[in-house]
Design a protein around this ligand. Structure first.
Ligand code: BGP
Length: 486
């Protein structure tokens, strides 16, 4: 069934699954934990699906041993989880909550007991509310220092037990949903503020990496980026250029900073012209240049497609007319453009070749190979796939969940990853999203991703029973075979 000449997966390939603290732990006020911006935001009316929040989630905080038992039985080689900052430092800085820290140490120890390699994410979106209140969250430079102090605590306590560390999860997603689209906390719609907060996140990322290399020089650290390759809609050079712009705006804007320590010029100039480029202070660029990740975490769900922006087309046409004396000004006013800074660069369009999930996300396994190839060619770092998976409505009946659609999705993506490895890309590991079902940020328990079904819904927590789906047994075999069966 699969191509015979594909390279095998490396012998020590890390087959895994991923999660995030807010989405699984629950216990939102247990043992001294402080509130996070998600605890607050999810309680604003109308912000999440049927008003769901992470107060209980799938109660992993109290059931982590049972969950790890299931991972061990499956044969999982690695498990990616995130630390809730406000469990470790309830106010985001200052006093450390020993009970919170001890929880993560026990979790790591339990994973190690079963030879499951822990991958620890330092920031998966749940900023301590105290920092939002005190410093305006990531808009205040003080939050960079607070992050560094929190990282230091974890590096000192767990540096000898955890090999792979992730700094920021999907900085691109958190900034655009949080500061542009008002879909995540802090519920802002302002691109100038977004780019400033984003710059501070870059500095926090760099600071954490630099500190890590000083304190834990033998281990590995890097950010996890939500990468989607941009395609041109047509071979029309204008669309190809638009796709280049889209790639720079959606991807290189972060990846170049992480890996090369600089912002891509084409986007910087555009933001500057619109008055929304972030303010840089002396020393910022030096710090960004100094801190190099050891690997790149890639979360892959889908890419994007670009066409020349129609507004831009009109602008060019009107300029041409201007030479013959006709009013050239058809463009949006500058302040409006500042809110959609990509207007002159590209327009996002649907890809006519791809099917979609029930939530409208394109399904594009070949795009995964393209993604791995592009990122590897550009940045020459080992890649750790820290998320990939299918969100779907799963039906449980008599203790069974027949999720053949998820198996198909994952098999197609794993095959493309193997092709990318055969092409020459270095991939350390692959974490499917997710191990158990968990709370989707905005889609409650309707949109599920896990290998393990959790019996609860939006209205009723029920018993939170764990039920192995068909995909659980399938992935168990993939791990046993170190890849897909031929
Ligand atoms: C990624 C996030 C994950 C997870 C996943 C699925 O962007 O890093 O935390 O939520 O997307 O997202 P959703 O639940 O919205 O489908």
């Amino acid at each position: 069934m699969y191509h015979k000449e594909l390279d095998p997966f490396p012998a020590n390939f890390l087959w895994g699954a991923a999660s995030a603290a807010y989405q699984i732990e629950g216990a939102w006020q247990a043992d001294g934990k402080g509130p996070s911006i998600w605890d607050t935001f999810s309680k604003l009316p109308g912000k999440t699906y049927l008003g769901t929040n992470g107060d209980v989630a799938v109660d992993h905080y109290h059931r982590f041993r049972e969950d790890i038992q299931l991972m061990a039985e499956m044969g999982l080689k690695t498990y990616r989880f995130s630390v809730a900052w406000s469990r470790v430092m309830p106010d985001g800085e200052g006093a450390v909550n020993e009970a919170g820290l001890a929880f993560y140490e026990e979790l790591v120890d339990e994973l190690r007991r079963y030879q499951i390699e822990p991958v620890l994410t330092l920031y998966h979106w749940d900023l301590p509310q105290a920092l939002q209140d005190k410093y305006n969250g990531w808009e205040g430079r003080e939050t960079i220092a607070a992050f560094k102090s929190y990282c230091r605590v974890l590096f000192e306590r767990l540096g000898s037990k955890v090999t792979y560390w992730v700094t920021m999860n999907e900085q691109n997603v958190l900034t655009s949903l949080g500061y542009r689209w008002e879909l995540h906390p802090p519920n802002v719609a302002d691109t100038k503020r977004m780019f400033q907060a984003n710059h501070h996140l870059n500095l926090a990322n760099a600071d954490a990496i630099a500190l890590f290399h000083e304190l834990v020089p033998t281990r590995k650290i890097g950010p996890s980026f939500g990468y989607g390759p941009m395609y041109p809609l047509r071979a029309d050079p204008n669309d190809v250029l638009a796709a280049e712009n889209g790639e720079a705006f959606n991807n290189s804007w972060w990846l170049d900073v992480y890996c090369k320590g600089k912002y891509p010029k084409v986007i910087w100039k555009q933001l500057e012209a619109l008055g929304i480029a972030p303010q840089l202070l002396e020393g910022d660029l030096e710090l960004l240049k100094r801190a190099k990740p050891d690997f790149l975490g890639i979360n892959y769900y889908h890419g994007g497609t670009a066409a020349q922006n129609t507004l831009e087309k009109e602008r060019i046409a009107s300029q041409e007319k201007a030479f013959s004396g006709i009013d050239p000004y058809l463009m949006q006013p500058k302040d409006q453009q500042a809110q959609t800074p990509e207007t002159v660069l590209f327009q996002s369009v649907e890809n006519p070749y791809l099917e979609k999930t029930d939530w409208g996300w394109e399904i594009d396994p070949v795009g995964f190979r393209v993604a791995l190839r592009r990122v590897s060619d550009r940045y020459d770092l080992p890649i750790f796939v820290t998320e990939n998976g299918l969100g779907a409505i799963d039906l449980e009946k008599d203790g069974k969940v027949h999720d053949s659609y998820r198996i198909d999705y994952l098999a197609q993506h794993i095959l493309e990853m193997q092709k990318a490895i055969t092409d020459g890309v270095t991939v350390i590991g692959y974490c499917a999203w997710s191990f158990t079902d968990l709370l989707s940020w905005l889609n409650g328990y309707k949109k599920r991703y896990g290998f393990v079904y959790v019996d609860r819904d939006e209205e009723d927590e029920k018993e939170l029973t764990r039920i192995k789906k068909d995909s659980y047994y399938w992935y168990q075999e993939v791990i046993q075979n170190n890849g897909l069966r031929k």
